[in-house]
Design a protein around this ligand. Structure first.
Ligand SMILES: Cc1ncc(COP(=O)(O)O)c(C=O)c1O
Length: 350
């Protein structure tokens, strides 16, 4: 094929991370307690779900349930096939071809992907040495849209609320706050969506809710903004089954509470265990930990994968040299991870 046929803005985009190794997956920051039990409840009702019919185009039932959960209106919400879809909708709605979007670096790699596939120009502003936000620099970078993620992936820390609020207040354009890991953090911007004319908060059922395989995400904004975003969403993009599971999951607090408690207890222990092995873990308000390795991270991770556990390598990225990211597992998973890491490190030294 003639490469010139491909749109110039997307010509150099690589395929997304798609590891082929057979190993326990601690590389995707998903829920280690297994699928949300709401799946089983809804499976029983599947026969009555009229799956020969389309879902409602805008998933109104889930929007009603979200409104109830957050004490907002259904019209504040747009629901999609994962929060990745809702991020895509935002750029399609607000960004003209060639316009700039500014984001902190390092952060979630698909933010730049969605900007580029929609013909935009992606600019980054480095986080500080301890991975905090520089709000003045973000605002000065003069993007039409600012996108940031808190807690931040892959660094795992939540940014100072004041710094995020300054960005929302002072930026003259849409500000996206990606809260994919929001359930694990001390604060959320969700309750503030009606206070600002430019704030969009995105969330997902993939992480704390244990539904990554069902692909459900959502965003909230003030009603004027949400109405514009809703028009751009692909109608019916969220299937009936996933929508019903998400509604049931929102109403079942037990699994979420158990998840958050597990992450809080185990994160601390895992972090200490990593430190004892000579790694440098960074503070986390998420269900994953970023840590720096005293040896080349790519080799260490591939040796660990040979022993049956996969974690994610970020070691070739600027500012993340020799850094790796692991999901916080159950007690059992974490001790297996630590003992395999110890084996790798002992073999290295031996
Ligand atoms: C920061 C961030 N935003 C969004 C997503 C996408 O989530 P979803 O599964 O809802 O598309 C992820 C997934 O890893 C993420 O880390």
């Amino acid at each position: 094929m003639n490469k010139e046929w491909v749109r110039t803005t997307v010509r150099d985009i690589p395929l997304y991370y798609n590891p082929k190794v057979k190993a326990i997956r601690m590389d995707t920051s998903t829920n280690v307690l297994g699928p949300n039990p709401a799946v089983n409840d809804v499976l029983e009702d599947c026969a009555d779900m009229n799956l020969n019919q389309y879902p409602k185009p805008y998933s109104d039932d889930l929007r009603d349930a979200l409104a109830e959960a957050y004490d907002l209106k259904a019209d504040n919400f747009v629901v999609g096939n994962g929060s990745d879809e809702v991020l895509d909708i935002i750029f399609k709605t607000f960004m003209e071809l060639g316009e700039r979007v500014v984001a902190p670096y390092p952060s979630y790699s698909l933010h730049s992907f969605f900007v580029k596939v929609n013909g935009g120009h992606f600019e980054t502003v480095d986080l500080t040495d301890d991975f905090h936000l520089d709000p003045d620099a973000l605002i000065k970078a003069r993007g039409k849209i600012i996108i940031l993620c808190t807690p931040n992936n892959p660094t795992a820390n939540a940014f100072d609320t004041d710094a995020v609020e300054q960005v929302i207040r002072e930026h003259d354009g849409p500000v996206i706050v990606d809260e994919a890991y929001g359930e694990f953090a001390d604060y959320s911007f969700m309750p503030m969506v009606n206070d600002y004319d430019n704030l969009i908060v995105t969330r997902t059922f993939s992480k704390a809710y244990g539904m990554a395989g069902l692909r459900v995400g959502y965003m909230a904004a003030n009603i004027d903004m949400a109405e514009q975003l809703q028009k751009i969403k692909i109608p019916y993009s969220l299937n009936r089954f996933s929508e019903q599971v998400a509604i049931a999951a929102l109403r079942n607090h037990e699994y979420i509470d158990r998840t958050i408690e597990l992450v809080q207890t185990e994160r601390e222990k895992l972090s200490r265990g990593l430190e004892d092995l000579g790694f440098k873990p960074y503070p986390s308000q998420s269900n994953f930990i970023l840590f720096r390795c005293p040896v080349p991270s790519s080799v260490m991770i591939s040796r660990l994968a040979d022993k049956g556990i996969l974690i994610r390598d970020f070691g070739r990225q600027r500012l993340l040299e020799n850094c790796a990211r692991t999901t916080v597992g159950t007690e059992e998973l974490n001790s297996m991870l630590l003992s395999k890491l110890k084996e790798v490190m002992d073999e290295w030294q031996g």
